[in-house]
Design a protein. Structure first.
Length: 109
């Protein structure tokens, strides 16, 4: 599946306010409503991160994985800033159940 880099709109060089936006179709198709969190691996990083999805807004109007480590990863890989309306997009694979991995190549080209 494809995920889109997300920012809270406050452009900065810190790790805050970043995440990945998930399409509504993928949320409905892939994400079990009983899951409290997903385990996310980011290409090039050894540790995984737990991302809270135990919020009613995740299935409605707040379809983002938000975590400071996502922000650090985006900045580290040169994706911390983008032109308005042109966020980078990445491939995310489901490894098993609630475990996923995001790959660092921007597929928006």
């Amino acid at each position: 599946m494809i995920v889109t880099a997300w920012s809270s709109g406050k452009r900065n060089c810190t790790d805050s306010g970043y995440g990945f936006k998930i399409s509504r179709d993928n949320i409905d198709r892939v994400f079990n409503s009983e899951w409290k969190f997903v385990v996310l691996g980011l290409e090039g990083e050894e540790k995984t991160i737990d991302v809270n999805i135990n919020k009613s807004s995740f299935r409605k109007n707040c379809r983002e994985f938000i975590n400071k480590d996502i922000g650090l990863w985006l900045i580290k890989n040169g994706y911390g800033n983008w032109e308005k309306g042109e966020p980078p997009k990445f491939k995310m694979e489901q490894i098993c159940e609630n475990r996923f991995k995001v790959f660092s190549e921007n597929i928006r080209k």
